[in-house]
Design a protein around this ligand. Structure first.
Ligand SMILES: [Zn+2]
Length: 68
């Protein structure tokens, strides 16, 4: 059975480029946990910005709040 992947979509407010990462549930927990916001660094212009989990990955935002 394929593992569920979560897509995180982010857009840089400075240069407008967007990026998508696909992470498994374990990777999501390791990297982000259940934070509402997380820090991103743009791969194009190196700007640091904060992304909201509920817009970057609504699926994870919903799933990570479910009781175990
Ligand atoms: Zn950028």
């Amino acid at each position: 059975m394929a593992k569920k992947r979560y897509s995180i979509k982010t857009g840089c407010p400075q240069c407008g480029c967007s990026g998508v990462q696909a992470l498994s549930e374990e990777e999501m927990r390791e990297r982000y946990g259940d934070v509402p916001n997380f820090d991103m660094e743009c791969s194009e212009c190196m700007a640091k910005y904060t992304a909201e989990m509920k817009t970057a990955c609504p699926e994870w935002d919903k799933d990570c709040k479910l009781p175990e």
